[in-house]
Design a protein around this ligand. Sequence first.
Ligand SMILES: [Zn+2]
Length: 127
Amino acid sequence: MSGSLEEVRAKLLLIKQIIADCEARGFSPFELEFIYKFLTVKDKHVCPKCEPLHNTLHRGSYVQGAFPNAVSASEVAEALGSIGDNQYDLYPNMHNGGDYSCRCYVKLTNAAEGCAALLSKELIAVT
Ligand SMILES: [Zn+2]
């Protein structure tokens, strides 16, 4: 950061405002910067559709397309009247109405790094 004291001060105030705005609105869980990992429960009842997906990684921007029946952990927690571990985790619900009941989940692996990358992108765009 360079410029006169006034210019530096103006940039710092702008950065402070951007961070406050980001905190207020949050980030969509479906941003490219977020990386999710598909996890099965790894027992003998895991279905042939889910089993090969175990440990695969998925960018946030592709999660909805890859798992169209997914519901968020926070929605499920709310329905059950409890508090979810991570508001960004998803239940992929792979075989909606099928023979198997899906117990898999899609876990956000990089919440802090993803948020930092998104924040950094917004700061670069304006400073
Ligand atoms: Zn499953």
